[in-house]
Design a protein around this ligand. Sequence first.
Ligand SMILES: [Zn+2]
Ligand SMILES: [Zn+2]
Length: 255
Amino acid sequence: MSEIIFLGTAGARYVVAKQLRASAGTLIKIEDSYLLLDPGPGTLVYLAKRKIPLQKINTILVSHQHLDHSADLNIMVDAITEGGFKKRGTVFLTESSLKEHILLPYLQPFLYRLEILKPYTFFENPPFKFKTSCELKHTAENYGFLFYLPEGKILGFLTDTAYFEELSEEFKDAQILVINTVRYTPKEGVLHMSIPDIKKLLTKIKPETVILTHFGMTMLKANPFKVAKDLSKELNLNIIAAYDGMKLNIEKEPK
Ligand SMILES: [Zn+2]
Ligand SMILES: [Zn+2]
């Protein structure tokens, strides 16, 4: 059975800086392998706390270069390759992240593979298979993802972005949809999703399960659990607010 593990659920700068929520990334476990998405600050610490065997992380995926998504990338590469002693792991990142040197050049040859993310592209690193979305509307080159799980389900990951019309088309196939929900209310010029944006999106698409994560201060103040509960009632959908360490088991699609 596949599993999603939210090591951290912090979003915006203040929540990350104060560690009001952990800013470690998210793990997807298929069979006996892990994919690590967006290793923000503290990822290495939380992997140790949760006793995740580092040699089982065969894929690291970085949606964009912002520090809350990439700060622990270098130490993760060093850790999983045992300082280059073992050629291991595949890292997927954007071209602009690579240009900003979020991955130190001396570590790159330690990796088994380094891949550049492009829009609407299918990538595979067994047992993981995923497709990128269009480029999202954020302050850095950034993509969302659709992961194809062995249970026959599609897990959508809507990373940092402002709302735009086409999001519904991009994520319509996801049965499980994770949404980075930085803002409770929208704020002019801030390229992040807020609750009214999520309502707009979820009137057009109806995933079986929606998980809100990556919370900024306005979301924490509003109480993500209450927000998710009210939203579930209003939209008649199963909407969950993630918490640090939350695990979600993926059930098989009924035949
Ligand atoms: Zn972020
Ligand atoms: Zn960002």
